[in-house]
Design a protein around this ligand. Structure first.
Ligand code: AMP
Ligand code: GLY
Length: 427
């Protein structure tokens, strides 16, 4: 089978790495890809939101299936675009329809979906400019801290958590006045839930589903979860507090009602669902849905997937996922992200990266590195993701940290405490 994978980050690199292990894969095309991925398939430079350009690549290269890495093309309706085009309709797109992608593309729609299907989530109300006064009153009825969420996609920056009521009111007003452009024309205000977070992933054909390994990601730039939010500084899998009992609650109260809800609402959904969950007092609640895999979770999750990913995708495409097996390794995996100095604030790009080829115990996924005159240079905030698998999480982390010592570029920074908080229970 010839496959086109859309995306260019560490997540897509990890998906490509896993697909490459399948005997079912003939040719892999990646658009736009990155230099790391060019060793796994043919990279084609295009914008993932340029559907006509994607159509050309698909038809010119005899592509049989398209895997969508990031959310934006899904929210813009790439699934529906294929279905509506007579030349493309027979080519499966792994990713939800536009209606399904609204689970991530509109937080208000996601909350309504959860309410409709009895899926546990924080109490909320949504507001627009016209209902600002009602928003103030709702905020006053809640206890601090206050959670404000831009309804639409806001490059991961659309959630504000505020300790003070007046500040929350001021920020609600700013958001409704365009702080995140059109994305915050509607704002979801919700109750704060206190607990530990984890990411749960499933692959679904819209009817059947397979649970993938769960993971915990580390979002803040500094050790001890301090400082600014980032696109992700590391991840580990498994997550010790995701005990069989807890996961039973997750599947019964969240995963299954979500899949059933999609069917009841007649929403076509063939792809990944990422449940951003919080364990509040032993019970799972949905913090957010994403309609794609997580980054940097994918960079540890893929190391624990013992199944043939292309075979699973085929099951998704043909509605026969129940016939496929999806084994999960009992081993542990850890991914540590190496970023440019200054990130997530201002940082310089174009620094020479050395040592990647000397890494033997880990897999180095490329997030923000490009080739310049045949030399790998930094091109983004998050540069490389160093992933390792081992019998224990401690060993997996040690491997990643040892590999990181070999990689050099000016301003290199990484957190030194990934996984430390959860390690005790998995030694
Ligand atoms: P998001 O940008 O949607 O990933 O949200 C950012 C972060 O805000 C989440 O990862 C949580 O840590 C936090 N968060 C969102 N909603 C809530 C909530 N209702 N209670 C507590 N924390 C929340
Ligand atoms: N790691 C969180 C995300 O991918 O949104």
């Amino acid at each position: 089978m010839n496959i086109l994978l859309l995306g260019s980050g560490g997540r897509e690199h990890a998906l490509a790495w896993k697909m490459k292990q399948s005997a079912l894969l003939k040719k892999l095309f990646i658009a736009p890809g990155n230099p790391g991925m060019s060793q796994l398939g043919k990279c084609i430079n295009l914008d993932v939101n340029d559907f006509p350009a994607i159509k050309n690549v698909v038809l010119n290269n005899d592509v049989n299936m398209v895997i969508v890495g990031p959310e934006e093309p899904l929210v813009r309706g790439i699934y529906d675009y294929f279905l509506a085009d007579k030349d493309l309709a027979h080519i499966p797109v792994i990713g939800p329809s536009k209606l399904g992608a609204a689970l991530e593309g509109s937080k208000d729609s996601a909350k309504q979906f959860m309410l409709r299907h009895g899926i546990p989530t924080a109490r909320y109300k949504s507001f627009t400019k016209e209902t600002l006064q009602d928003g103030y009153a709702f905020l006053a009825s809640l206890k601090a801290p206050y959670v404000l969420k831009a309804d639409g996609l806001a490059a991961g920056k659309g959630v504000l958590i505020l300790d003070n009521l007046q500040e929350a009111k001021d920020q609600l007003k700013s958001m409704l006045n365009g702080m995140f452009g059109a994305s915050s024309a509607t704002v979801v205000v919700e109750e704060f839930l206190s607990g530990v977070e984890l990411s749960v992933f499933v692959l679904t054909d819209g009817k059947n589903y397979k649970l993938l390994p769960e993971a915990k990601d580390y979002k803040r730039i500094g050790n001890g979860d301090t400082g600014l939010n980032t696109g992700g500084m590391g991840s580990v899998s498994p997550v010790p507090f995701a005990t069989p009992d807890f996961m039973k609650k997750v599947t019964a109260q969240i995963v299954e009602p979500t899949i059933l809800g999609l069917q009841k609402d007649c929403i076509p959904y063939k792809g990944f669902i990422f449940f951003g969950l919080i364990n509040a007092g032993g019970n799972p609640f949905v913090i957010e849905y994403n309609v794609r895999m997580g980054d940097p979770e994918t960079e540890s999750v893929m190391l624990r997937l013992d199944a043939d990913l292309v075979d699973l995708f085929e099951g998704v495409a043909t509605g026969s996922l129940d016939k496929k097996t999806c084994s999960i390794s009992p081993k542990s995996a850890a991914a540590v992200v190496c970023v440019s100095g200054g990130y997530p604030g201002d940082f310089e790009k174009g620094f020479k990266i050395t040592g990647v080829d000397d890494v033997t115990d880990s897999i180095v996924f490329n997030a923000g590195a490009q080739l310049s005159d045949n030399q790998m240079v930094t091109s983004g905030g998050r540069v490389l993701v160093v992933s390792s698998g081992a019998d224990t999480l401690k060993e997996a982390l040690e491997k990643s940290y040892r590999s990181l010592e070999k990689i050099e570029f000016q301003g290199k920074y990484f957190r030194t405490d990934i996984g430390k908080d959860v390690m005790q229970s998995v030694l």
